[in-house]
Design a protein around this ligand. Structure first.
Ligand code: TRP
Ligand code: SF4
Length: 401
């Protein structure tokens, strides 16, 4: 079997809302670099994946999909250099997903750390565990003396017991073994628990494997958090190849170090923290948000020297300003030659200059939405050509008529 050495990049994004600077520097910038290199690229809006968690609110789906398409083209993703498409328009993903479902052991999915993580996050388990640990500590502290045990290291025992209790709670929560009443007292959103307790959500990485392998993708630009999904895609590919003959490559991650993008409150930029600067924000909005940014907390008066290394404003400057400017800001901050107001004004101007061409392209496609959809329709058609060829091969290998 001839296996092409050509690089085939596959990547997708769930349509969950507008993109912000964190997405740009984390993912998009990487894609823009890749589109100037060799090989083929398939980049798609993962709308089916969005449905694995947001199936109850489909009214947002179309708008979010369009929003993502706009953001991508605005950033300069070139439809000539990439096959840009919408996942649900290429039904072959679903067919391969179904066939992969036949050969994927359930345990691979249940043990998938990303699955567990997502479930953890959605259920706020980390928070719960923390709270529960506090309470368990009190309990253990009370019980231990009464037991009259002779232990060498009481502190260690205390720690172990507290930890074990918290673990047991989380395990019971995961296995659905907690009483409704207890869930309520622990403030766990039961609706959420049911909401993601679906076949589709469990199968998320199987669909992702199908997304990649349906194009025989061998390179997937992803963040660290997606590595377990990719590992699973490789395992599925290996299993398929073993069962039905060499068909799929084992897709490798294209990891690039992405700078940490801080939000206006100094935490990681994220939609859920409401600290994000969006690619579609207008100049005024950017100025306002930057004005509200936290700075070095020890710099109270204008005459106090500042510490750029702990200041989120400076961290953002690093993404936009050139070396000499950065050096100047750093020195002027430390010597209190520059005030935070002025420093922020400079940052807002840098961000706005960066966003201007993005806004301009966005405006164009907002006014030409037909053209926008045509690009993705044509991309989907092109994607289907490759995908249907793979499925023909797959059907033949599995002896399907
Ligand atoms: N799971 C990815 C994310 O949340 C999105 C995704 C879906 C994807 N299918 C993919 C990424 C295939 C790379 C390849 O970011
Ligand atoms: Fe931060 Fe700039 Fe103020 Fe220094 S001058 S503390 S870098 S905002």
């Amino acid at each position: 079997m001839e296996r092409s050495k050509e690089r085939v990049v596959v990547s997708g994004m769930r349509p969950t809302g507008r993109l912000h600077l964190g997405h740009y520097f984390g993912v998009i910038k990487n894609w823009l670099r890749l589109q100037e290199e060799g090989g083929r690229r398939f980049i798609f809006v993962a709308d089916w994946h969005a449905l694995t968690t947001a199936y109850a609110e489909p009214e947002k789906l179309r708008k979010n999909t369009e929003e993502l398409m706009l953001d991508w083209l605005a950033c300069g993703l070139d439809p000539e250099k990439n096959t840009l498409f919408v996942q649900s328009k290429v039904k072959e993903h679903a067919e391969l997903f179904l066939l992969f479902g036949m050969i994927t052991p359930k345990s691979w999915l249940e043990l998938n750390p990303t699955y567990k993580d997502l479930k953890y996050n959605l259920l706020r388990v980390a928070e719960l565990k923390e709270n529960f640990r506090e309470r368990a500590k009190v309990l253990v502290d009370e019980i231990l003396p009464r037991l009259g045990l002779k232990v060498e290291d009481e502190n260690l025992l205390r720690e172990i017991l507290t930890e074990e209790l918290a673990e047991a709670l989380v395990k019971a929560l995961f296995e659905g073994a907690l009483e409704a009443d207890l869930l309520k007292r622990l403030n766990v959103d039961k609706k959420l628990l049911h909401q993601i307790d679906t076949y589709g959500f469990l199968g998320y990485p199987v669909l992702q494997a199908a997304d990649i392998l349906v194009y025989k993708g061998n390179a997937v630009p992803v963040g660290e958090d997606q590595l377990p999904h990719l590992e699973l895609a490789r395992e599925i590919a290996r299993r398929f190849n073993r069962l039905y003959g060499e068909t799929f490559p084992e897709p490798q991650p294209l990891l690039t170090e992405a700078p940490k993008v801080v939000g206006i409150d100094g935490r990681k930029m994220s939609k859920s923290y409401q600290n994000a600067i969006y690619l579609s924000d207008g100049p005024e909005e950017v100025e306002q948000k930057v004005r509200r940014m936290v700075t070095d907390p020890q710099r109270v008066r204008r005459t106090d020297p500042g510490r750029p290394e702990v200041c989120p404003v400076f961290t953002l400057h690093k993404l936009f300003a050139d070396e000499p400017t950065l050096k100047m800001i750093e020195e002027d901050c430390r010597s209190a030659r520059i005030g935070c107001v002025q420093c922020k004004r400079m940052l807002a101007a840098e961000i706005n200059a960066f966003l201007e061409p993005i806004r301009e392209r966005r405006r164009y496609y907002e006014e030409n939405r037909d053209e926008l959809w045509t690009i993705f329709e044509e991309g989907s058609k092109k994607a289907r050509e490759t995908a249907s060829r793979t499925l023909e091969e797959v059907r033949q290998k599995m002896n399907l008529p």
